[in-house]
Ligand binder design. Structure first.
Ligand code: SAM
Length: 308
């Protein structure tokens, strides 16, 4: 029987043991419908969705009383980041989930060489540190001192699934290591470099927390990596979306012929960086949209197969 507040909407069926991972993935893809209560069916959990996606089915869900009135926010581990400065709303968000310990409001844009932001604590513990679980890995993050975005989790999985066992990988702008540590599962070696000492300190914590023995962390300018390692890598990750193009020559000087460079860029027109990429020896290039950034801009990734 359906109640008065029940709605028929799209949902994703997942095994209960994978539910938390799937829930975080849907949050990162901005697809989870928080206004409806997830439902158990046998060994499965049905997660309500904001729209149709691959593998989705229709189901009937009860509305969560009051949930839809929470202010808009993004979740990063035990921290909620509010999009508006709303102290009363922050308290309600804090108490909406037992996993939350802090509610923050950004007081600056993402800025500077280290791509960090400043925050005010609106509710809960006075901290910008938390631990994020993503596809079986755990990452210590400090949102005020090192860049981290949960929104790239699907992209990390996509790159991981394109890899072959035993590859040598270099992550030129590694941050706290979400790409480096995820890809280490398949790689023989991952070199993970970042200019920000606070990011590399968290990266070291994350290597230990995830028991990785094949990730080499370093405080280094990505431009200096070819001088240290030469053209020895099968795969290069370039995730510095505003300025990656300045480092294309370093990426080509690190990647062996036949290897792949994943070049991330913020852009407002299709193919914006194709000419810059084709100035180097390229055997093939595929451009994809990763996620939208503003009404006119999006994060794109160019998967480049390096030529001779
Ligand atoms: N890949 C990480 C992730 O997905 O969370 C971090 C990406 S963040 C957008 C870019 C990172 O590049 C920042 O941590 C910043 O400190 C670092 N960075 C900026 N300029 C750099 C340079 N010249 N060499 C190495 N790292 C740099």
């Amino acid at each position: 029987m359906h109640g008065e507040d029940d709605d028929e909407i799209w949902c994703l069926r997942v095994a209960k043991k994978h539910a938390e991972e799937a829930r975080r993935d849907l949050i990162a893809r901005e697809l989870l419908d928080r206004a409806h209560r997830p439902r158990v069916e046998g060994e499965d959990l049905l997660l309500p969705l904001l729209g149709e996606t691959a593998g989705a089915e229709k189901g009937v869900f009860a509305a969560f009383p009051g949930r839809e009135e929470l202010p808009r926010h993004e979740l990063v581990g035990g921290i909620a980041i509010l999009l508006e400065e709303d102290n009363e709303g922050a308290e309600r968000v804090l108490h909406s989930r037992p996993s939350l310990h802090t509610v923050l409001y950004p007081t600056s844009p993402v800025e500077g060489e280290f791509r960090t932001r400043e925050f005010a604590v609106l509710a809960g513990e006075e901290t910008t540190r938390t631990v994020v679980t993503e596809h079986g890995h755990r990452f210590a993050v400090d949102l005020a001192h090192a860049y981290f975005s949960a929104r790239l989790s699907t992209e990390r999985q996509r790159v991981w699934s394109a890899m072959r066992e035993g590859e040598r990988v270099v992550d030129m702008f590694a941050g706290v290591g979400p790409f480096a540590i995820s890809l280490a599962d398949q790689a023989s070696l991952v070199v993970a470099a970042d200019l920000n000492p606070a990011a590399v300190s968290l990266l070291c914590e994350n290597i230990a927390m995830n028991r990785k023995k094949n990730v080499l962390p370093m405080i280094a300018d990505a431009a200096h990596l070819p001088g240290i390692f030469g053209r020895t890598f099968d795969r290069v990750i370039m995730n510095l979306p505003m300025e990656s193009s300045h480092f294309l020559s370093a990426a080509f000087a690190l990647c062996r012929p036949g290897g792949t460079i994943h070049f991330y860029a913020l852009q407002d027109e299709e193919g914006k960086y194709l000419d810059a990429i084709r100035a180097f020896p390229v055997a093939g290039v595929v451009e994809r949209r990763v996620r939208s950034y503003s009404p006119a801009e999006w994060h794109a990734v160019y998967d480049i197969v390096v030529g001779e």
